[in-house]
Design a protein around this ligand. Structure first.
Ligand SMILES: [Zn+2]
Length: 314
């Protein structure tokens, strides 16, 4: 059986909202290449080709079936997290987006479930929205690994973690483009900046003690966890040498590594094999990042143990 826990879609309600509010969020559609769909940019950031399959739900389900995928966990696109907007606007779009994904998955419960987007720029609203969507059937939320220099371990996000723990929610950590100026050339902000952002977030979640404090939350890391699994030896050695590293945690980083879930979006069989051997088959879940340009479609075959353990009690 093939599954996909990392894929994105844009419900029609969201496209209507974007058209109605295009001035407020600076949404721009541009035809750049006669052979491609229009490109969409929001707030001048991270332009992408708005392929028909992002917005055509019937087409999405046809492509899902063609790829042999029996079930997908569908998320919002990171370009529409809108954390940099006024919180009222972010909240409004999050609720429109989440209702759209929940409706769609509710109509196709054998084939789809939803991960919600949260207004992290208003942490109390993020906790409330997570609680609301969990009651409506979502499996958890997709959140950025950081934004505007803030990570997921900021103390004002405690209510969100508490709700996630109470509902055994999936928190899918999905990076935004890295804004390090050195990465502006040759798509490096995406190629290596994106996995670097995940690496920072995962290390911070581990060393801050958040993972131990909220053990029922299922933290899923995008793109195989970035560079985090590969550097676990360094983090482990620091933990053994320095109290500044070990003071917030009781489990070693090497043990805690196996408390996360990792998607399989690595485009390389040797890297994926290394990940599976390091963290265990039950912690690696099939994903694609479909339909973005760098998707791995259909997903790599990594078995169903990871998918089952991620979806358990959910
Ligand atoms: Zn993605």
């Amino acid at each position: 059986m093939l599954y996909d826990v990392h894929t994105h879609a844009i419900p029609p309600q969201v496209m209507r909202w974007l058209q109605d509010n295009h001035h407020k969020v600076n949404a721009q559609w541009k035809k750049k290449d006669p052979l491609k769909a229009e490109f969409l940019s929001v707030n001048g950031k991270w332009e992408f080709e708005l392929k028909e399959v992002f917005t055509n739900q019937e087409l999405y389900l046809q492509e899902q079936a063609k790829a042999g995928i029996s079930f997908s966990l569908v998320s919002a696109i990171p370009q529409l997290f809108l954390y940099e907007c006024e919180p009222e606007l972010t909240k409004e779009l999050a609720s429109v987006y989440n209702d759209g994904l929940i409706d769609w998955s509710g109509q196709n419960p054998e084939r789809l479930s939803a991960l919600a987007t949260l207004p992290l720029n208003d942490p109390s609203a993020a906790a409330l929205e997570l609680e609301r969507v969990m009651k409506c059937g979502a499996k958890g939320a997709i959140v950025a690994s950081s934004w505007a220099g803030r990570g997921l371990t900021e103390s004002d996000l405690t209510p969100m973690w508490e709700v996630a723990n109470a509902y055994s929610a999936i928190i899918f950590v999905h990076p935004l483009l890295c804004e390090d100026q050195r990465l502006r050339k040759t798509m490096m902000a995406n190629l290596i900046g994106v996995p670097w952002e995940t690496t920072i977030c995962a290390t911070d979640l581990l060393l801050s003690g958040i993972m131990e404090r909220y053990p029922k939350v299922k933290v899923l890391l995008a793109h195989g966890g970035g560079f985090f699994p590969y550097q676990i030896g360094r983090i482990q050695t620091g933990y053994e040498k320095w109290t500044a590293v070990s003071s917030n945690i009781t489990e070693s980083p090497r043990q805690a590594l196996c408390k996360f879930w990792y998607d399989s979006v690595l485009w390389n069989a040797d890297s994926l094999q290394y990940l599976v051997e390091l963290v265990g088959r039950d912690r690696v879940v099939p994903g694609t990042d479909y339909p973005f340009d760098l998707c791995e479609w259909p997903p790599a075959h990594v078995g169903s143990d990871g998918f089952r353990s991620l979806m358990n009690n959910n």
